[in-house]
Design a binder for this molecule. Structure first.
Ligand code: GLN
Length: 309
């Protein structure tokens, strides 16, 4: 390819053209009724370098429901609260199962395989429920600081829509509580979890919010240390191995960067020392990752020659 390294606007324009045939090939998440209303053929992508340069294309300024991308921020905040004690309650292995699966919880005594599947995120949310009187406000404020956007909010309609249909997550919560691995009432944890998932952000906000991981754990926008460099490495490693559910192996193979996806169609990722990136396109592949988004990131690392490897 003739694109010079680091000419991100040109790269993004090319990617946007290349993904067009994929629009219409995936399916918008419909198990949360509010998400089913989102137009499927949207696509936006944003790259933010650590010196603050923003390149964006398409619908990069259209806010969407971050869904499981919130699991990354919730984990970071919970880690700030309890540190390595967290690993007594959540594992660090890829699950190889769908994000909402319950099957491994029985043989593993109510300890979820990792913090990026729903069961793991519920334990993480439980930690936040113990630590904060108002865990949804705590997470929203945390993400505001990470992104530098003080207006971020969660969408109450999406949160309610999920709460009304969250039977499987509730089942997981009760099951883990029976093993003593959920300390707060299940309904409280589910309410906080659904609000976290319902945070609305656009691709530029999200690319900015993940940049602290590319920057050794320091928020590049205000200089604040979020986590230690070692923790940033560990969170990134978990993203690589578990961030895209049972497609994580294929995603690492194709894209080669730490990433976290959500069923709203967002995927955030970063390249250590370089940049934060976010792509959004609501139609999903069967594992629940954005179809066009995964391809866009694959093309990004290929066209720029930048990845972990
Ligand atoms: N809120 C969604 C759920 O719990 C999040 C899932 C996801 O984005 N993979 O089902």
């Amino acid at each position: 390819q003739s694109i010079p390294d680091h000419d991100y606007p040109t790269v993004l324009d090319q990617i946007r053209t290349e993904i067009q045939p994929l629009l219409g090939q995936g399916r918008v998440a419909s198990y949360i009724p509010e998400l089913a209303k989102v137009r499927g053929d949207q696509f936006g992508m944003a790259v933010v370098t650590l010196n603050g340069q923003v390149s964006a294309c398409g619908d990069a300024r259209v806010p969407f429901s971050i869904q499981s991308v919130s699991k990354l921020f919730a984990l970071t905040l919970a880690y700030q609260c309890v540190g390595d004690a967290l690993w007594q309650r959540v594992g660090r292995e890829p699950s190889g199962n769908p994000f909402n699966s319950l099957v491994q919880l029985e043989s593993e005594q109510g300890k979820p395989r990792n913090p990026f599947i729903n069961a793991g995120a519920l334990v993480v949310t439980d930690v936040l429920c113990t630590r904060f009187v108002n865990p949804e406000t705590a997470l929203v404020e945390f993400v505001r600081r990470l992104s530098g956007n003080a207006t971020l909010q969660y969408d109450d309609r999406v949160a309610r829509s999920e709460m009304a249909t969250a039977e499987r997550n509730r089942a997981m919560g009760h099951f883990m509580r029976s093993f003593g691995n959920l300390h707060n009432p299940v309904d409280e944890v589910i309410a906080a979890y659904c609000r976290h998932c319902a945070i609305r952000m656009d691709a530029v906000d999200l690319a900015r919010a993940v940049a602290f991981l590319a920057h050794g754990g320091v928020n590049p926008w205000n200089g604040e240390r979020v986590v230690s460099a070692s923790t940033a490495k560990r969170l990134s490693a978990l993203m690589l191995t578990c961030g895209t559910y049972d497609a994580a192996g294929d995603f690492a193979f194709r894209v080669g960067i730490p990433a976290k996806s959500g069923v709203g169609g967002g995927i955030v990722g970063h390249i250590p020392g370089q940049l934060g990136v976010c792509v959004w396109s609501p139609e999903l592949e069967p594992s629940g990752n954005s179809l066009a988004g995964s391809y866009a990131l694959e093309r990004f690392t290929t066209l720029t020659g930048q990845s972990l490897f």
